[in-house]
Ligand binder design. Structure first.
Ligand SMILES: *Cc1c(COP(=O)(O)O)cnc(C)c1O
Length: 422
């Protein structure tokens, strides 16, 4: 697959007059079309709902767009719950899929009527003592071992800190039923960033079989099953994107094979996608400001790992387009770097790109999820602005860039007193 940006150089040149680089740019049209396709893929399931994983892109404007497309939110912290509440997501529109959860977060989740997803068996007790047991509850499952699709190992649930074992989850439903819970759900997240149409169907089979077992052993009939996140995107140009319609159809087959005959043909399916909903619809826009010729050829840009951490953190590949040079030969080998005093601050290593001149603007692809959101302030660097490319082609600043005042804001009084007074 050729990876092409969702903006042209001419469009970006206009934007840069208003918003200096670096900034994160989001494509409203792409976000909406993709969300509609997800709903189409699961339209066979009455009650289907996507709860967008707020941590992927915690921007109110983005969340509002997704709300208009029928999505709820998936939160895992106090501030994510607060943002959802402020945006008018209520009760059943909020999943609270946290782990190692502080009491105050359970208390707020319960107050908002969010669906609390218990990560651990011991949390039943903790929840009862802190917030009280709600009428509706979800439990998170971890089967252990490895998660494989045919013979390929996709991920290692046995090493993951999340979820309960099968014995624990069955016992959890039994106890929760005894405590008066009326509505139940089950959740599992067993593999991350899968680029295969088989992940959800294989996951669904595992969960549906356990759901039938839960019903047989405890009498608890689940109201919903949450397939969570993990449907990925092709970061590299050699991969084919997931076909969400094929994924929905694959899950439908397993649903009809396992749940329908067990008298569970009314179980609602939920998803909690982050990356799939947003990653391809974001670019980090950055300008080349230095070139360095030493033991390697370096291009220094005005963004750094503070704006996009995935390459530094995971060695992740993010495709780069030099805007306006889309059709020029990639005959130069570069490391594209940021300015942190950390040698892992490289957006690309040994990447073949067109010849880059100072002032060229680069679009770093697939930064719409887990991009801005993972930002931090190392080296005293400031977080960038976020800009929305609206459906009508206009642009809107949906988060301003940080200023030094923001950086110093938590040092109460630092600028107000003269520290040099003896
Ligand atoms: C991170 C996360 C998601 C979203 O994962 P993606 O890979 O972005 O789809 C969903 N649910 C939970 C509980 C998560 O922690």
């Amino acid at each position: 697959m050729m990876k092409t940006p969702f903006v042209t150089k001419a469009q970006v040149d206009e934007m840069i007059k208003k918003y200096p680089t670096p900034f994160h740019l989001y494509d409203e049209k792409g976000i909406r079309e993709n969300a509609r396709k997800l709903y189409q893929a699961f339209s066979w399931n009455k009650g289907f709902k996507e709860f967008f994983a707020v941590k992927a892109t915690p921007n109110p404007t983005i969340l509002r767009i997704l709300k208009e497309e029928g999505c709820g939110t998936d939160c895992s912290s106090l501030t994510e719950l607060m943002m959802s509440d402020k945006l008018g997501f209520t009760g059943d529109e909020i999943m609270f899929s946290s782990n190692d959860t502080p009491a105050e977060e359970f208390i707020l989740a319960k107050k908002l009527g969010a669906t609390i997803n218990l990560d651990d068996f011991t949390h039943i007790d903790f929840l009862e003592k802190t917030a009280g047991i709600p009428e509706k509850i979800c439990c998170r499952y971890n089967p252990g071992g490895t998660f494989s699709i045919s013979t390929t190992i996709m991920d290692n649930p046995g090493d993951a800190k999340y979820g309960m074992t099968k014995d624990q989850i069955i016992e959890a439903y039994r106890i929760l039923k005894g405590k008066g819970v009326k509505r139940f759900g089950m959740h599992a997240f067993l593999a991350s960033n899968t680029v295969t149409n088989d992940y959800y169907p294989v996951l669904a089979r595992t969960l549906f079989e356990v759901a039938v077992e839960i019903k047989e052993k405890t009498g608890v009939k689940l109201d919903f099953i949450n397939l969570s996140g993990g449907v990925g995107v092709p970061y590299t140009p050699d991969k084919e994107p997931n076909d969400i319609l094929a994924i929905g159809e694959g899950v439908r087959k397993v649903y009809e094979e396992i749940l329908v005959p067990a008298g569970m043909g009314d179980v609602a399916l939920y998803t909690e996608l982050g990356r799939f909903m947003l990653a391809p619809y974001g670019h980090l826009i950055t300008t080349a400001i230095h070139e360095k010729h030493t033991h390697k050829e370096y291009i220094g840009v005005d963004a750094c790992a503070v704006n996009l951490m995935r390459p530094a953190m995971y060695g992740a590949y993010h495709h780069i387009t030099v805007l306006g040079k889309e059709n020029e030969p990639c005959d130069h080998k570069y490391d594209v770097t940021g300015s942190l005093c950390e040698n892992n601050d490289k957006f690309a290593i040994d990447r073949m790109l067109p010849k880059i001149d100072m002032g060229d603007v680069l679009a770093i692809h697939d930064t719409g999820a887990h991009g801005f959101a993972m930002g931090y302030n190392y080296n005293g660097k400031l977080k960038s602005a976020e800009v929305l490319l609206c459906e009508d082609g206009s642009t809107k600043l949906i988060r301003r860039a940080e200023t030094p005042d923001d950086y110093f804001a938590t040092l109460d009084g630092f600028w107000d007193v003269d520290l040099n007074v003896k």
